[in-house]
Design a protein around this ligand. Structure first.
Ligand code: EPU
Length: 419
């Protein structure tokens, strides 16, 4: 076990490069099932979650190798269709294998993901859509057993725009017989990246990035020449908030401002200066930080995956801010840890009232999920006068590539220690 230790107080300064997006890499790797052969992926981040999907797919006969920054995924032979509980319980996104396996083999046995620290996170919408496409499913000892002769196109309406649900059905639809129309689809940039990858394989998809996606199924797909995963907008947003909270000045290279409009707007309102440069953004923090309200929303709204980090910023802002979480029902677990660092936060239902304080205090704290961990690291970067220790950082390693090294390079006093 490891922990991250931070001696806060230094304004971050310099340039940092954003890694590839976890939430784009996972569906793209799963989509490799859809065409027999070797796929070449660039900009795949080195993360625990990526390792988990590779381990599950290796168990199904898929070969992985990496050379000169290119991940080769060999799906010529697929010998299995089983995703075990032991791995799925560490990463819910394993459910992304359901659509591609059904399209490739006509069957899948995948552990039903259980509860999650941030909410119940059911997958009923994935399953309902697959049933409409002709899939037979039953639940046995915690596993979804799914079979289909040939997937059939269908008109799907999602009650809620679900990101992995949209991706799962998109991957099933590209090889289904006939047309699939996905209505009230999610519009996240990761969906557009997946659609770009699928199109490069020969799929017929229109409307990705809007709430209606139309897919004309094809019989066969072939591996794309090469695909580069989009930069991680959540990592970029975390680095932007880090610049603002430490009142530093950081160039965030390789990020796409068009994926970050809501975050840029809120940082502006909080007093920071955000400028676009040729290959990313420069964020300059200002004193004082000004309180602003946020409400999380599906893309292009303010992302739930940055709510905890923005809350850390509001903890030392001038005034009070209301933070409303509308995507997940239990995404305030970081609040009690931030309180241990002197934050004043009151929660009522899905709203948190953050009363800004002059400073945060160093303390030992515990990470409870991926983005909560990042929020505690940000709080640690400004907590002066001692050591902040963030425990259970395996959550952080699921979704941030060498975050402490990136902060070190920007001048922070932060390191990893074995427990
Ligand atoms: N929902 C249902 N039924 C479903 C599917 C979703 O009720 O069948 C509900 C969820 O409970 C939630 C809402 O719909 O209230 C939206 O959830 P969504 O399905 O969009 O979330 P997800 O696909 O499970 C992805 C990201 C999350 C990110 C959310 C929201 C991946 C692998 N995960 O999850 O990322 O928070 O979209 O943007 O793409 C993270 O990276 O830390 C993370 C949690």
């Amino acid at each position: 076990m490891e922990k991250i230790v931070i001696e806060g107080g230094a304004p971050l300064k310099g340039a940092v490069r954003v890694s590839g997006a976890k939430n784009a890499a996972l569906p793209v790797i799963a989509a490799c099932f859809l065409a027999q052969g070797t796929h070449r992926l660039k900009n795949v981040p080195h993360l625990k979650d990526v390792q988990t999907i590779k381990t599950i797919m290796s168990g199904m006969g898929v070969g992985f190798s990496e050379e000169n920054g290119v991940l080769s995924v060999d799906t010529a032979e697929v010998s299995g269709y089983f995703a075990p509980y032991g791995l799925v319980k560490t990463m819910r996104a394993s459910i992304l294998l359901l659509g591609p396996l059904l399209a490739r083999l006509g069957r899948a046995k995948i552990s039903l993901p259980g509860g999650c620290a941030i909410g119940a996170r059911p997958i009923n919408l994935h399953l309902r859509a697959l049933a409409a496409m002709g899939v037979d499913m039953f639940l046995d000892r915690g596993y979804i057993n799914a079979t289909v002769d040939r997937l059939k196109g269908a008109k799907i309406f999602f009650d809620i725009p679900t990101v992995t649900g949209t991706e799962n059905i998109l991957m099933a639809a590209v090889r289904a017989e006939g047309t699939t129309i996905l209505e009230n689809a999610a519009k996240e940039p990761e969906i557009v990246d997946l659609a770009d990858f699928l199109r490069a394989m020969g799929a017929h998809i229109e409307g990705d990035g809007t709430d209606t996606i139309v897919v004309e199924g094809v019989k066969e797909l072939s591996p794309a020449p090469e695909h580069s995963i989009i930069p991680d907008r959540i990592e970029a947003g975390t680095l932007m908030i880090a610049a603002a909270i430490t009142k530093g000045s950081v160039s965030i290279e390789g990020c796409r401002p068009e994926h970050l409009a809501a975050v840029i707007e809120k940082l502006h309102s909080a007093g920071a200066t955000v400028r676009e440069m040729q290959n990313g953004l420069v964020v300059q923090g200002q004193d004082p930080i000004i309180s602003v309200d946020i409400e999380t929303m599906p893309f292009p709204g303010f992302p739930t995956d940055l709510q905890a980090q923005f809350m850390a910023l509001m903890c030392i802002a001038k005034g009070s801010s209301v933070i409303r979480e509308t995507v997940f029902e239990n995404r305030f677990i970081h609040v009690s840890e931030l309180r241990r660092m002197g934050a004043e936060i009151r929660i009522r239902g899905n709203q948190a009232l953050v009363v800004g304080k002059e400073r945060l205090l160093p303390a030992p704290v515990m990470a409870t999920d991926l983005r909560a961990s990042a929020s505690l690291v940000l709080a640690g970067l400004v907590a002066e006068g001692g050591r902040t220790e963030v425990n259970r950082i395996y959550h952080l390693d699921r979704g941030y590539e060498a975050l402490e090294k990136k902060f070190q390079a920007l001048g922070a006093s932060i390191w990893r220690e074995k427990i």
